[in-house]
Every structure is written in C-alpha cells, then in structure tokens.
Write a protein that binds this ligand. Structure first.
Ligand SMILES: [Zn+2]
Ligand SMILES: [Zn+2]
Ligand SMILES: [Zn+2]
Length: 392
C-alpha cells in the first residue's frame, strides 16, 4: 500500500495526503517520468546526456575538463566517477546517431517515441521542420532555460506510437493544463500581450511540423495553448552532473584530515575554474512530466522535496520534515532563492507561472506584510525588462 492518497478537497482541489507517518529524510515515493527531454540550448552547447534518461555520457574528469576548458585537469579518486561503470554500455541510434546510456534506454525510447521521432540522416538538416521549430523556440528562450518545445514534440511522437490513443489522451489529461484561471482572472505569463505574436508564430511552425491528419486534434490554437500550459505548469526541472556526483561521493569518503583538506581545497579551486568558464551552467538540464509528483500542491514551507539521486530522470520524493498521517504532502514550486523572498514576490511568481494565489501557513501569517518586492528580485526584474518579449 502507498503511504499516501490523492484526494480532491473542497476549495483546495487535488491534494496528496499522507496515510502513514514519514520521518525527515524518508523516501515517500520514486517515480519515472511520463516523458522527459533535455533542454534545447543545453543540448546545443554539448552537454552530454542520454537522450532518454539524461544520465551523463562522459566521465567526471572529462566533464570538468570540458566545462573549465582545460584538458590538463585530472581528478583523483576516479573510482568515484558515477559514469565509469556505464561507459561500456553507451550506445546510439543506428539511424540518427542520438546517444543513449544503455541498450535498455535505446529500446525503451524506440518503443515509446523514437521510432516516429528519429530524423535519421536529417538530424542536422536545418530545413527539417522539427529543427526549424526547435531553432525558433531557442530564439525565444535564451538560457537559463525553463522548458523546451521538444518535450511537446516527444509527446506527439508518443501519441502517434501509442497503441491505445484514448488511454494515452486520458493520461495526458491528468496533468492539469491551465493557461487561464477564470475564477481568479489570472493568465499565464506566456499569454501576455508581449508573447501573443511570438506564440502564434511558434504555432504556425508547429502546424507545419505536424501537418499530417492524425495530429489534427493538437493543431488548433486552443489545443496548442493547452499543451504549452501543460508543460508550463507541470514540468519539473531535471539536472544531472558527473562532476557534482563525484564531489558528493568523494566528500563522504573517510580520509586522513590532511588529505581531506587538500581534496576540499582542490574541489574549491576546480569550482572556481568552472565558474570562470562555464558560469552557472554546470549541469545537463532538462525537464520532465511526473504523474504523481504533478499532483502535489505547493507550500512556501514544504514538507517534501524532489531529488534525482541516481544521476538520471528518476525522481525521488523525500520528506524534509516529519509528516503525520492525514497531513497534506507539499513541495515548493519555487527554488530556494525565490522561497526566501517576500510574500508579495513569491505570490507574483506563483501567480504568473502556476496561476494560483498561495494560501499556505507562511503566506497567511505574512498576510499583513506590506506589498514589497524583495531586494534581490529587483535585479531579476531589471533583467526581465530587457528580455520582455521572451516567454519563460
Ligand atoms: Zn539512459
Ligand atoms: Zn534515431
Ligand atoms: Zn505560500
């Protein structure tokens, strides 16, 4: 039996409720994605990940050499490299050359979507309609990336390959796709006036890429907006990094104090080098849709958190506080930095991206706080002004 239940509660909608106690740090569930996909720029810039599960496809040493642009870097303790054991299993699609971490991933991808999605020898052909669509998307979404149109491309390929179309659509429908909250009159950021013309331009390109009759149901402006809303409000960021994984592992190794200090200093030095060359972009990044996880509500004081401990797209939800039976399980849709901001700033982000007004205990407690924007957010806002016509 699961330790939780998904219920529809009056005034709250779908909620996940604990059915047994969970201790801090305990796993609540593990879940494979319904679909996942590496971000478009991340792939273009050569971040090497399995096209199916996002497992890194290079050693920790090669990863840090590439990201620091210094082939002379060596890493001690290579036995803690998480990819070493996988290297022999790496494989690729014989038609298009896309790379996978294992034969299992290649077969799974073919079974689910790649038979349809494989572009064969046109993978790098700029005139291929899917490549045109991806390029158009990239021009609208410079890094840091939060989504990719290629996730929708993959969903359509899955639809075409699925044996039971109705069942597939039913599963897809379980991901709530709200672009407009009628009741509260809030609209997703991407439907703002700045985005309207870009969105219709993207839609035209999308229609061109999926012109065949069997996709007709996805090719109305409303259906397209709904797909965009679906990935906008449900997708969970996935990040893998062979270097970060190595750091995590060697940090747990029992070493004599002197060696430990040396290692720590060396790691600091490496991060400094990485920072100089690759900046904040150190991970293979993408996003996925998770059937269970997407049913969990947000709280600004969450009692659970998603993590990716296997260096791939398998999500593990863990309790970050003790949870009692009957208590709602909540995660934060905001990152750690956003969570620290004022109530006003948090609610603005949640409203624009997830279309709801947060009524968690922290927000209720801060109800009387003045409507101030947090100081650190002002910087972000300046940046937002510059790329105002981009969707995010
Ligand atoms: Zn894989
Ligand atoms: Zn292929
Ligand atoms: Zn809140």
């Amino acid at each position: 039996m699961n330790g939780f239940e998904v219920l529809t509660l009056p005034g709250k909608g779908r909620s996940m409720i604990a059915r047994r106690p969970f201790k801090t740090g305990e796993t609540i569930f593990e879940e494979e994605p319904f679909v996942s996909c590496q971000f478009s720029w991340n792939q273009t810039y050569g971040y090497l990940a399995c096209d199916h599960c996002m497992r890194p496809l290079e050693t920790s040493e090669r990863n840090v050499q590439r990201l620091a642009n210094d082939p002379s870097i060596t890493l001690p303790l290579p036995e803690y490299c998480p990819t070493q054991q996988w290297m022999e299993q790496f494989t690729q699609c014989p038609q298009c050359g896309i790379r996978y971490c294992s034969e299992d991933c290649r077969i799974e991808a073919n079974k689910k979507y790649h038979t349809v999605a494989c572009m064969g020898n046109r993978r790098y052909d700029e005139t291929h309609p899917i490549n045109i669509l991806n390029e158009k998307w990239k021009k609208m979404h410079y890094p840091p990336e939060t989504g990719t149109i290629m996730l929708i491309v993959r969903i359509l390929a899955m639809y075409k390959q699925s044996r039971d179309k109705e069942e597939f659509l039913e599963t897809l429908k379980q991901f709530q796709s709200i672009v407009v909250n009628e009741e509260l009159q809030i609209f997703h950021k991407m439907l703002g006036t700045n985005f309207e013309s870009q969105l219709s331009d993207l839609f035209q390109t999308f229609c061109h890429a999926f012109s065949s009759e069997e996709f007709a149901m996805f090719l109305t402006p409303d259906a397209f907006k709904s797909l965009m809303g679906l990935i906008g409000t449900n997708s969970q960021g996935v990040a893998t990094s062979p270097f970060a994984e190595w750091v995590r592992k060697v940090s747990d190794v029992d070493l004599p104090p002197q060696e430990k200090l040396q290692l720590d200093n060396y790691i600091d030095e490496l991060y400094h080098k990485l920072n100089e060359f690759a900046g904040e972009f150190l991970n293979n990044e993408g996003s996925g849709l998770y059937q269970l996880q997407s049913k969990i509500n947000h709280s600004c004081i969450p009692n659970a958190q998603s993590s990716f401990p296997y260096s791939n797209d398998i999500l593990v939800l863990k309790a970050v506080n003790d949870i009692q039976p009957g208590e709602e399980i909540c995660i934060s849709y905001l990152d750690d930095c956003q969570l620290e901001r004022s109530r006003h700033s948090r609610q603005k982000t949640l409203k624009e991206n997830y279309l709801f007004i947060c009524k968690c205990p922290k927000c209720e407690e801060q109800l009387k706080d003045p409507d101030e924007t947090s100081e650190d957010e002002d910087d972000d806002m300046d940046m937002e002004d510059e790329d105002d016509d981009e969707m995010s």
